[in-house]
Write a protein that binds this ligand. Structure first.
Ligand code: ADP
Ligand code: MG
Length: 708
């Protein structure tokens, strides 16, 4: 019979992609506020996950409330005080059968609210108590006045708390999300993960997982939900990590659909190798060969060269650049700080100019006619190798024929900056815009393997996992700042023996200016205490020419003790320096300490690093310093860093948006990454349309938000 014929079920996309204006109560104004946060469709609201939960399923007697522990309590209004001292204030004291009093304190309130708090009224409130003037108080609790009828009815489930959205109150937001969830389709329409993946890991369906996290059932494991380890959350994290992985992989696939110039030969590079005062290490050789194989292909190389500080990445980059130059094209090297870029420039000049390579320098400080002439040389190909800072990415910089873009210390640049340099190669006049340069990114931040899988799924990774021979490991000691006088004597002795030393100044307030002042002060104090020692100073506020002059003097041995800010953290290379003192070392992260320490131990002399700390030390700082004392191995340090600080810090805030996961937490969920990788590759091979849907589901909205 015709009447029994069902309408075809709407495709998943149709429900998930329903605009939010379809919900009752969402007019254009509310829709705009939601859109400002990337929330456009029902699906976006389904994935707007609770940040935490409030447990209103029970009442805690006031006497048993504890500072810092969120709880629900109920009591009768005993006193109300409305004051105006520095700002309006309302204090309401409630008491309960446990014969204790709790103060509810409000700084913003309406007259209607005040009217509710008549003595004797029964108030139920939720919040985190703290110690106040008169016992415990809760500032701005959520509360309601309960009348006799529902006085006993408690919440049946944990209440989700959502990230705040400007202009939409928490209750309205909760209601909207509830309405969106009511339209959640059944599993057949919603599920994108292969059934076997869920079955093998005993993970719930997406529908079940979403309902669990948004509306935790009465018997839900509260502790697991709060910790983010509930199977429902793990399932969501798995899908989110997968979407992230797929998105990076797709970027790579899209990029590799472009052509890149094949770079072959190697005669010029061979000449550099012969001229070097050292032989490449096995690891350098291996990585160089991997790069050669990539450059020989007609599609763009996308390679990360990872190597601990001092492992010798620069020379491998130089050899690679020579391939581009030998093929009549250009190479560029971009570094995150001027100091580092300058140092590359001086190394590269020393190595490449004898081979007749024309190198150009471009930094922000290169202006006016000098800049115009550099830009002209870059544009007409006169400049074969362009070295510089972010200035390389600026508008107006047009390469004639960029074939290899090298980015040093990649973790300091965002992905977008990395890509901007690549785009410089496709802006060539009259050339095929489908051709892009090869990309080589270098980092000394050793990234644990699992994390690298997530952060760099769009790159091939090469590791220089061996240091040049003849280096002696740095001995590290941790000392209280009170022992500074002893230390100064030690520096006197070391300098008398012809050793050179760094004294690194750091502060909590690391604004350039304040640190520069502190460095200036230390410089003066050390100069006075050590009259026979030649002391130099570099900091970020100095003129580049002065900075360079001091660095050169240090490198040439005309300065014995260099007082510096962390500007020397990356890349600075003075092999004769064998002693480093780091002030306030407790304030630095492990990765940064490791970078700093990497400035010594570059020559054959035994080197020492002294980490000075101010007491008292926090437990975390103590662990960090202890780790530094125990090991020189960048990978061990990175793993420890990940454990202590989490991935956001380790990768830098400007990293790919890894910090912006909705449920996933790389430190907690790192164990899933190999599986994510496996499922991701399988989907790309066998079901690319599902891969597209996953990316759109998890990242589509966020991408719209980012570009808004
Ligand atoms: P990083 O990987 O930290 O950037 P660099 O490229 O600055 O390291 O190299 C550190 C130092 O080691 C430089 O002085 C460089 O010339 C030197 N070096 C590089 N490779 C070798 C090698 N194979 N043998 C000896 N010294 C090397
Ligand atoms: Mg380097």
């Amino acid at each position: 019979m015709m009447a029994t014929m069902k309408k075809p079920a709407p495709a998943f996309a149709a429900i998930g992609e329903t605009p939010l204006t379809a919900l009752p109560g969402v007019g254009t104004r509310v829709a705009e506020k939601l859109a400002a946060r990337g929330l456009l469709t029902l699906q976006d609201l389904w994935l707007q996950l609770p940040r935490q939960y409030e447990d209103r399923t029970s009442l805690t007697p006031i006497r048993q409330l504890q500072p810092g522990v969120a709880a629900q309590a109920e009591g009768t209004v005993e006193a109300v005080e409305r004051g105006f001292r520095y700002r309006p204030m309302l204090r309401v004291a409630i008491g309960d059968e446990s014969r204790a009093t709790l103060v509810l304190r409000f700084f913003h309130f309406r007259a209607a609210q005040v009217a509710q708090f008549v003595p004797g009224a029964r108030v139920r409130c939720y919040g985190t108590p703290r110690a106040g003037q008169h016992g415990l108080e809760i500032v701005h609790p959520s509360y309601r006045v309960v009348d006799g009828e529902d006085a006993t009815a408690l919440g049946e489930q944990l209440d989700p708390v959502y990230p705040a959205i400007e202009g939409i109150g928490p209750a309205s937001l909760r209601k909207l999300i509830g309405l969106a969830l009511d339209r959640l389709p059944d599993t057949a329409e919603l599920e994108l993960l292969p059934p076997a993946v869920l079955r093998d890991r005993a993970l719930p369906s997406l529908r079940e997982a979403l309902l669990t996290v948004h509306r935790p059932p009465q018997d839900a494991d509260v502790a697991a939900l709060s910790a983010g380890t509930h199977p429902a959350q793990r399932r969501l994290a798995l899908e989110e990590l997968l979407a992230h992985h797929l998105s990076l992989r797709r970027q790579r696939i899209a990029l590799q659909a472009h052509a890149a110039p094949r770079l072959r030969g190697g005669a010029l590079a061979e000449r550099l190798r012969k001229a070097l005062p050292f032989a490449l290490t096995g690891a350098q050789q291996r990585v160089y060969e991997q790069i050669l194989a990539d450059l020989d292909k007609p599609m763009p190389m996308l390679r990360l060269m990872q190597g601990d500080v001092g492992s010798g990445k620069t020379v491998v980059a130089a050899l690679s650049a020579l391939l581009a130059i030998e093929n009549g094209r250009q190479a560029a090297l971009m570094a995150p700080t001027e100091l580092l870029a300058e140092q590359h420039l001086s190394n590269l000049r020393g190595w490449l100019e004898p081979l007749g390579v024309r190198i150009a320098w471009l930094a922000g400080k290169v202006t006016g006619r000098a800049r115009a002439s550099v830009l002209a040389a870059v544009a007409d190909g006169q400049a074969q190798f362009v070295v510089g800072t972010h200035a390389l990415m600026q508008e107006g910089v047009v390469f004639k024929d960029l074939a290899l873009a090298i980015v040093d210390e990649q973790h300091r640049f965002g992905v977008h900056q990395r890509l901007a340099l690549r785009d410089k190669g496709s802006a060539r006049n009259g050339d095929d815009p489908g051709v892009v340069p090869h990309q080589l990114v270098m980092t000394a931040t050793p990234i644990p393997r699992t994390l690298a899988m997530a952060a760099y799924a769009d790159l091939d990774v090469s590791a220089i996992d061996e240091l040049p021979p003849g280096r002696t490991p740095v001995q590290t000691v941790v000392l209280s700042a009170e022992r500074r006088p002893e230390l100064i004597e030690r520096i006197r002795g070391a300098c008398a023996e012809g050793r050179q030393a760094y004294w690194v100044c750091t502060l909590i307030d690391d604004s350039d200016e304040v640190v520069a002042q502190a460095a200036q002060g230390t410089f003066e104090a050390l100069s006075a205490a050590l009259p026979e020692v030649r002391v130099g100073l570099v900091h970020g506020r100095m003129k580049p020419a002065d900075k360079q002059a001091t660095m050169r003097a240090f490198k040439e041995g005309a300065v014995d003790l260099l007082v510096a800010t962390t500007v020397i953290e990356v890349g600075v290379d003075v092999p004769n320096a064998s002693l480093m003192i780091v002030e306030n070392a407790e304030r630095l992260g492990l990765a940064q300490l490791h970078q700093l320490r990497g400035r010594v131990g570059r020559g054959s002399a035994a080197s020492n690093c002294v980490l000075l700390y101010q007491s008292p030390l926090s437990a975390m700082a103590r662990q960090r310093l202890e780790t530094m004392r125990q090991t020189n191995d960048g990978f061990v340090i990175a793993e420890k860093d990940l454990e202590l600080r989490g991935p956001g810090e380790l990768l830098g805030t400007r990293q790919t948006g890894l910090a912006a996961f909705r449920v996933a937490d790389l430190a907690r969920d790192a164990g899933m990454l190999p599986v994510v990788h496996e499922i991701g590759e399988q989907l790309l091979r066998e079901a690319p349309e599902i891969a597209d849907k996953l990316v759109e589901r998890w990242i589509g909205g966020a991408a719209r938000y980012a570009s808004a």
